[in-house]
Design a protein around this ligand. Sequence first.
Ligand code: G1P
Length: 297
Amino acid sequence: MPQTTTSGRAVKAVIPAAGLATRFLPATKAVPKELLPVVDRPVLQYIVEEAAAAGITDVLLVTGRGKTAMVDHFDRRPDLEQRLAEKGDDERLAAVKRPSELAAIHSIRQGEALGLGHAVSFAESHVGGGAFAVLLGDEFMDDATLLNEMLDLQARTGGIVIALLEVGKDEVSRYGICSVSRAEGNAVEITGMVEKPSPEDAPSNLAIIGRYILPFEIFDALRRIGPGSGGEIQLTDAMALMLKEGAPVHGIVYGGVRYDTGMPLGYLQTVVELACQRADIGPAFRQWLVEFVGKEL
Ligand code: G1P
């Protein structure tokens, strides 16, 4: 049985962001998909904001070739800041500084993208010990409650905690799918998991969504698995190995809104929804949208 250790609430997060984003070409040929704007902030900033709101203070971006602009976004821009300060534009000045104030941002390069598990394995020396969060860069949630609850639960159990979402049977082959037993509120005990099963083989319709809290022992499990679904090193397989060896694995079933910006349709829905919610442009945008849709029907 793997020794998992309770080491208090995790304060570090890893965001795998080295992928080629082929579902979004040609937009992502030169611009990382993580930097596509949702209204006026890049997708990645929303994710880091969600992490910071849940008490994460240190974020490691696992990046790849052509993606250094992502790290720049979280750096200071003294020239721009000075210009805005001189103009007395305090609002924009605060907006420009904000990304650098959210958390300490670090990056590491994943030379070749061999799967999510492979990306996470690059975080071992940065994490150093103890539990940490993994947040996938093209999914974000509308508040930090989920991540907060997950961090609390992990600090209590010392094991793995993942976020789950009920999906349609026709969608199961896009996700890691879990079988679960005992439920306590919205927390469930996970009894099995499989990466991208066919609808016939799926043990349930509970899909793993892009939030994980993992104990340090996951790095050893990642070393002990081989390539899985799609020939890639799968995080799901490493978690399944720890589960088999007796580590506690829990899920929190998410009931809120999840934004999937990884492909054009989900991205557009996210932009429209978040634009409608904005206090500044929301009212005018909603009015235009209603008129536009009315004309199209
Ligand atoms: C990854 C994980 C999968 C999870 C999904 C959530 O898959 O491997 O288990 O359900 O993220 O979005 P990917 O979307 O990278 O193929």
